[in-house]
Design a protein around this ligand. Structure first.
Ligand SMILES: [Zn+2]
Length: 551
């Protein structure tokens, strides 16, 4: 026995010696480098570089597992890293072991590459430590190359107004020519369908971070950020993010890592910059607003295109690190916040009152605190297109501006108990299920008092947008008794995703399925001249009905 043990340890030493003499990356002491690091910040990773880097991490660490987020339109497997100590055996295990999942997504616009490099560096720096940070409380999900097809079209000709990498970046669109940050409501890309199915519905992360590069207004701060801010989502989450979480993350970012950051936005009027600073709109086609409708936290990270590539990669890296540090320190509070949001949403749907409303028009108001932008004097040259040519002068200038990111309801309607769709196409049923909504159907015919929407005017946009002519609609609500046949779809609002259900189904929603043409075949005038009724009916008060669930 003694001899055997000795023999075994000799064998082990020889094996280690043998392996350590093979000059492969996996056995060198040196940590693997990203393409950004190895190229001295002149290039960005191709798809194969990303998958090889991930393999290298797997050779060295048991804290990382690779799942498939989706297969891209051009056939690439989009990797999702699941980082944990241990990696949870299944998402179900997370519900019992007290850890929370946080999701970082990069390269959705594949010309905006620093999130891809920074998230890979971050994955490495976490999993290759003997005692990794964060992992006793967090499971970290990373999709470093969300738009893999766009990434592979790397060319120095893309995004030429961006300061590096000089060897080029990918393109904005995916393999279907779609902008993936406009696809959250219609879910027409495998990438977004995969995000919802394989990340949101599978791991239910408490937070999503979506990394981009902005090339708008000139300023010194390399990192900009904003939270999900559609007021049809849970407003306690919006308030928490803008008043507590983001100020704390950014204080840490500057004090600990010496990286400046500001809320994301642009001058509202370049000719008159004092007017204010504003982000993009509140529509949930933007992923971070969509996540807010699902009662989860979201951060849009836009790094500043006029900062050099290395500064952008490190800015993004430390921003992500700072976010993880906050989530680590406040995990229980965040989990409690989203639990409460889900509970309030379900309670609202069980018995909606006069105070429960859904906003169909918004107004952007300034926050109480102004933002400070370290900018430059600007030369503004008007152009026929309407968007002026802006050049920065040499002289620096600090702007202290109102920040118009408090989107408040301008017009609202009553929140219903449920939606009924008597003649839903397979496509509409499938779309609701893709979002993870709980959908039922009536098992027997019933007559109900409902609110219907009579369309007075429907207009498709003259220009195509993302392959659609977006509809705008005018009409009126009519309370009427209506017979619903067996098989009618029934979408209760007593479910955690009720705000999303309303956004998809309300006729006047500014980003719903009607806007995106899913109901066109029900609504176009064919041989009929009388006003059309929108085929989704609003049931305002609770009724017990015989139903079964649709899978
Ligand atoms: Zn972008």
């Amino acid at each position: 026995m003694k001899y055997e043990r000795k023999h075994f340890s000799l064998y082990l030493s020889l094996t280690l010696l043998l392996f350590s003499s093979i000059p492969s990356l996996s056995s060198t002491k040196q940590q693997p480098l990203t393409v950004a690091e190895a190229s001295n910040f002149t290039a960005t990773s191709r798809y194969a570089d990303v998958t090889n880097f991930i393999k290298e991490l797997q050779h060295r660490s048991s804290f990382i597992r690779v799942e498939t987020l989706c297969v891209s339109p051009e056939g690439r497997t989009v990797p999702l890293l699941v980082i944990g100590q241990p990696v949870p055996s299944s998402p179900l295990a997370l519900h019992h072991d007290g850890r929370a999942a946080v999701y970082i997504q990069a390269n959705i616009h594949a010309g905006e590459v620093e999130g891809k490099e920074a998230s890979l560096m971050l994955a490495r720096d976490i999993v290759l430590k003997e005692h990794p940070s964060f992992l006793d409380r967090l499971v970290i999900l990373i999709a470093p190359i969300f738009n893999a097809d766009g990434n592979e079209k790397i060319s120095p000709a893309n995004r030429r107004n961006q300061v590096g990498p000089e060897k080029g970046v990918g393109v904005r669109y995916n393999g279907q020519n779609l902008d993936l940050n406009r696809d959250s409501m219609k879910l027409e890309s495998p990438e977004l369908q995969g995000l919802v199915r394989n990340v949101l519905m599978r791991w239910d992360p408490v937070l999503l971070v979506d990394c981009h590069t902005t090339n708008g207004s000139y300023h010194e701060e390399p990192v900009t950020y904003v939270w999900g801010f559609n007021p049809n989502g849970d407003t306690s989450i919006i308030k928490y993010m803008r008043e507590k979480m983001m100020p704390s993350i950014n204080k840490n970012l500057v004090e600990k890592y010496k990286v400046l950051s500001i809320p994301y936005g642009n001058f509202m009027d370049f000719g008159n910059p004092e007017k204010g600073w504003r982000p993009s709109g509140p529509q949930p086609r933007y992923i971070t607003n969509y996540i807010g409708l699902r009662n989860r936290l979201a951060i849009l990270n836009e790094n500043y295109a006029y900062a050099d590539y290395k500064t952008r990669v490190f800015g993004c890296y430390y921003f992500l690190l700072s976010i993880l540090e906050y989530c680590y320190d406040h995990k229980d509070g965040i989990v409690q916040l989203i639990r409460n949001a889900d509970r309030k949403t379900i309670q609202r749907g069980l018995n909606p009152t006069e105070n429960d409303t859904f906003a169909v028009e918004f107004e952007a108001k300034p926050l109480a605190d102004k933002v400070t932008i370290r900018g430059w004097e600007m030369e503004v040259i008007p152009r026929e297109s309407g968007w002026p040519l802006v050049k920065k002068k040499d002289k620096k200038r600090t702007y202290i501006l109102p920040y118009f990111s408090d989107f408040v309801p301008k017009r609202s309607i009553l929140f219903p108990y449920a939606y009924l769709i008597p003649t839903a196409s397979a496509e509409i049923t499938e779309k609701l299920l893709q979002h993870g909504l709980s959908v039922e159907k009536l098992r027997e015919p019933v007559s109900l008092e409902v609110e219907s929407f009579r369309i007075k005017e429907i207009k498709g946009a003259s220009r195509l947008f993302q392959g659609h002519r977006l509809n705008s609609v005018k009409g009126e609500y009519i309370l009427e008794r209506k017979a619903f046949p067996k098989g009618t779809l029934f979408i209760a609002t007593a479910q955690p995703l009720a705000s999303l259900a309303a956004y998809l189904l309300e006729p006047e929603s500014d980003d719903g399925l009607l806007v995106w043409n899913f109901f066109d075949r029900y609504l176009v005038h064919q041989w009929r001249q009388e006003p059309q009724i929108y085929p989704v009916y609003r049931l305002l008060k609770a009724v017990n009905l015989v139903k079964e669930s649709v899978k």
